[in-house]
Design a protein around this ligand. Structure first.
Ligand code: SF4
Length: 276
């Protein structure tokens, strides 16, 4: 878990509204209290569970995070009631049928009704549910440009990059190093497409976890004493269609999904799962 250098680095995570919901007079006061150990990050109700999970250090915070995840999803589902799902279909690249908004998530239909009930054939965990809901509620519907950026180049991505690297890129690299069908599975099972290798990589595959949030995975094989490497890129519009916490969630969720897949294929011993 990241250790904060000073109260300002905690303040940067807060929404700076000074809303006082935490009981402190200002966000800066709250940041100071967290830095000195008097308060925990999870006591700011305006922070997303993803952010709390990324930056929390205590086991109490971790327990709180589970509850926060559930509360956060509930809050998002409530917000769906205020959304015009027919208009959202155009914005999100989905379709509107029988009162439900249907969006392809990793090539599979996810639908949601006006009461916020999600239906899909696949298991929905919070890694997927929160980004899906945020995309529907807050996504600006900006068309992807085809210009790729690393996670740390997205708005507010820099400070979260170390954890993103650990939870997403390193996890996927381990899989790619040991499981030769990894990229074929991305294409055939998850509706990805192999593209011309980018950034001098050996393999580049583009996935569509959400219609307007494409993700590109590039892998460099080991050679001449050089270790392999893997990087994940996002379209430069990603941070307009999804908040950075949800983008983090998507990347970590993808890595978690691929880890489980490889475990089913019997290479569990080679891939260490760290995405709870
Ligand atoms: S609840 Fe969060 S956003 Fe509101 S004042 Fe406290 S720290 Fe700032």
């Amino acid at each position: 878990m990241p250790k904060f250098q000073n109260a300002m680095s905690i303040y940067q995570l807060l929404d700076k509204s000074n809303c006082r919901l935490c009981g402190e007079k200002t966000c800066m006061a709250f940041a100071g209290a967290v830095f000195t150990g008097r308060r925990s990050l999870s006591e700011c109700p305006r922070l997303s569970p993803n952010t709390i999970e990324e930056f929390s250090e205590s086991s109490q915070d971790q327990n709180d995070t589970e509850q926060n995840h559930e509360d956060f999803i509930k809050q998002l589902k409530n917000q769906i009631r205020d959304i015009d799902l027919a208009a959202a279909a155009t914005r999100t690249g989905g379709r509107h049928e029988n009162g439900r908004l249907i969006i392809k998530v990793m090539g599979k239909d996810f639908s949601i009704n006006a009461a916020g009930v999600i239906s899909t054939d696949i298991h929905v965990n919070h890694w997927v549910a929160a980004p899906f809901l945020n995309y529907v509620i807050n996504g600006k519907g900006v068309e992807p440009t085809g210009n790729w950026l690393s996670f740390r180049e997205l708005a507010s991505g820099q400070e979260r990059y170390p954890l993103f690297k650990k939870r997403c890129e390193e996890q996927m690299k381990q899989i790619a190093d040991h499981y030769t069908e990894f990229f074929d599975d991305m294409v055939h099972i998850f509706g990805g497409r192999q593209v011309n290798a980018m950034f001098q990589s050996d393999i580049s595959v583009v996935l569509s976890p959400l219609p307007k949030v494409p993700v590109m995975v590039c892998y460099w094989r080991p050679e001449e004493g050089m270790a392999s490497s893997l990087n994940v890129f996002f379209d430069q519009t990603a941070d307009q269609n999804l908040d950075i916490g949800s983008i983090f969630s998507l990347g970590a969720g993808l890595a978690q999904m691929f880890t489980r897949l490889t475990q089913r294929h019997g290479v569990a011993g080679t891939v260490e799962s760290s995405c709870g």
